[in-house]
Design a protein around this ligand. Structure first.
Ligand code: NAP
Length: 321
């Protein structure tokens, strides 16, 4: 494993982290879930990313990960960086969504109870809230640190200006913004023009989510729509895959010329800028995990390869919303 520093902080993160948004819900962890977590940790993946509403049902990914912390990962708490988030809809009524102090505090307490932890390593505000004053949301994150319920805090999907403002407010409260979690992949390059520069300026790390564009930047859909795949359960994603297939095939040819699987090239590409601290992958099998971790064997790109990728997916592609 390669470890990279998150901005100007003391925290090192694995270049590849594992997220539990999909495939980890339900009543209890599946055998495959357990094997994935065990294998990831054995291979040096020290960071696992969660959120209050990962499942389905909401909360179940945290409950299941909590179980695995007491079995597969027992005794390893201090070798792990565990994150959670609040900001999307979690429970009914006006106090289970967005960015109020009321919501964030209750949600973090619930996440800790599901995980069976006294603290998470990183607590995120999951998405910008246009209506709640930023001071209130950042104040709730700062309180989580001051109460010892989170060691560090982050934001997700915040625009560059809002990120700079969030960092300044947190600074004024004596808490540093550790990290930003944006969507970033060959198919969505919105962070390149401004956000990465703003993060560097403020000493904030960057952890890219959905670096495989929900599985599009892999071999998953090269031969159709396999049963059980994410796109087989999500009509919108299936339509996107169909539209992107010619580009996916071209990228696959570039990857083959590099001697990599498409997923490996896509992950190496997301990590090519040292300001990207880590990329969070989702996986539904140990086989996928192993394939993806082998991306780290070749992170170098020639200028011809980068140009060929730019021709398929120009730098202006994608948006943060
Ligand atoms: N902050 C936010 O708002 C936000 C939003 C989204 C995600 N996230 C975080 O980012 C994490 C990753 O997101 P993501 O799951 O969308 O990431 P992703 O890595 O872009 O997509 C993961 C999916 O790609 C497929 N895949 C992965 N490796 C493969 C391989 N080697 N060969 C074939 N298919 C492969 C699998 O699909 P199948 O399931 O079909 O096998 C897997 O579930 C989440 O778990 C979460 O922690 C955060």
């Amino acid at each position: 494993m390669i470890y990279r520093r998150s901005g100007r902080s003391g925290l090192l993160l694995p270049a590849l982290s594992v997220g539990l948004w999909h495939n980890f819900g339900g009543d209890s962890p599946s055998d495959e879930n357990r094997a994935i977590i065990r294998r990831a940790f054995e291979r040096g993946v020290t960071h696992f990313d969660l959120a209050n509403n990962y499942g389905p049902p909401y909360g179940s990914a945290e409950t299941n990960f909590g179980q695995m912390l007491r079995t597969e990962l027992a005794g390893h708490r201090d070798e792990l960086v565990i994150s959670s988030k609040a900001g999307w809809d979690m429970w009914p009524g006006p106090y289970g969504d967005w960015g109020s102090r009321k919501y964030l505090r209750a949600s973090l307490d619930q996440s800790l109870a599901r995980l069976g932890l006294e603290y998470v390593d990183i607590f995120y505000h999951h998405r910008p809230d246009p209506d709640t004053p930023l001071e209130e949301t950042m104040g709730a994150l700062a309180s989580a640190v001051q109460q010892g319920k989170a060691l560090y805090v982050g934001v997700s999907q915040y625009e560059p200006d809002r990120t700079a403002a969030a960092a300044a407010i947190l600074d004024s409260m004596g808490v540093r913004l550790l990290i930003h979690q944006p969507v970033y992949s060959i198919f969505n390059r919105w962070i390149e023009p401004e956000l990465l520069g703003a993060l560097e300026k403020h000493g904030v790390g960057c952890i890219a989510f959905s670096p495989l564009a929900n599985g599009q930047l892999t071999s998953r859909y090269l031969g159709g729509l396999p049963q059980g795949s994410r796109a087989s359960r999500d009509r919108t994603l299936a339509d996107t895959v169909e539209r992107n297939l010619p580009r996916i095939k071209k990228l696959n040819e570039i990857a083959t010329r590099r001697g990599q699987a498409l997923s490996q090239m896509a992950l190496a590409w997301a990590l090519r800028d040292p300001r990207v601290t880590s990329a969070i992958i989702g996986v539904s099998s140990v086989r996928q995990l192993d394939e993806n971790l082998a991306a780290l064997d070749n992170l170098a790109f020639s200028s011809e390869e980068l140009k060929a990728i730019d021709e398929v997916a120009p730098a202006s592609t994608g948006s943060g919303s």
